[in-house]
Design a protein around this ligand. Structure first.
Ligand SMILES: C[S@@+](CC[C@H](N)C(=O)[O-])C[C@H]1O[C@@H](n2cnc3c(N)ncnc32)[C@H](O)[C@@H]1O
Length: 191
């Protein structure tokens, strides 16, 4: 079984080249991206949230799967890396890039709920999980990655991940599946 996607979003090569030039090494891998596109496609006219834009690889995949009337909000604390996403994807009227700390953003957000959240930074996964779940509609999807050891992890991170995976089956309001695939994923549905 060859599970690498055969087709990738048009903007991806430029995003990855710009990310490499910045020394940014945390873009999602193509198989994860392909799954994000599939899940985004399952939410026609959906409201989609990404926490941690990085350079925009995940956003490129999400946009690739989204319908013309779906919308993506993507939040990032580092304007230097997010600038790549803005330059490469910002002309797409379906996406809004917000420059903010997710911790503060989760406190301040008072807009409509979401149908899919791709949570790709510490807040929303290892803390503030309940706050992200509260923003999901029933049946909305929660996706997290980087749960298998990554070369970019600081020393104390394994303990954080172990605690998260241990708690996962008991998280109220979430029917989650951990997947030892790609960078290590969790896919859950808001119940
Ligand atoms: C794994 S990378 C995101 C990769 C991107 N989602 C993709 O699929 O290519 C994590 C990003 O989260 C950002 N980040 C970390 N802590 C954050 C915070 N508290 N608020 C907002 N962004 C944060 C980092 O700057 C980094 O760009």
């Amino acid at each position: 079984m060859q599970d690498e996607p055969v087709r990738v979003p048009e903007a991806l090569a430029g995003i990855l080249a710009d990310a490499a030039a910045l020394g940014f090494e945390m873009s999602c891998e193509n198989r994860t991206g392909a799954m994000l596109a599939t899940l985004a496609a399952s939410k026609p006219a959906g409201r989609i949230l990404e926490l941690g834009t990085g350079a925009g690889a995940g956003a490129a995949w999400l946009l690739d799967g989204m319908s013309a009337d779906a919308r993506l909000i993507s939040v990032e604390i580092d304007p230097r890396v997010q600038a790549v996403a803005v330059a490469r994807l910002g002309a797409d009227p379906r996406v809004s890039f917000e420059s903010a700390d997710v911790d503060g953003w989760l406190t301040d957000y008072d807009g409509e709920p979401f149908d899919l959240a791709f949570v790709d930074c510490l807040p929303g996964k290892f803390h503030r999980l309940d706050d992200v779940l509260a923003l999901l509609r029933p049946g909305g999807l929660y996706v997290g990655d980087d749960l298998l050891p990554q070369p970019t992890w600081p020393a104390e991170h394994q303990e954080r991940v172990d605690g998260f995976l241990d708690r996962l089956p008991r998280v109220a309001g979430l029917r989650a599946t951990a997947m030892a695939w790609g960078s290590g994923l969790v896919v859950g549905a808001r119940i």
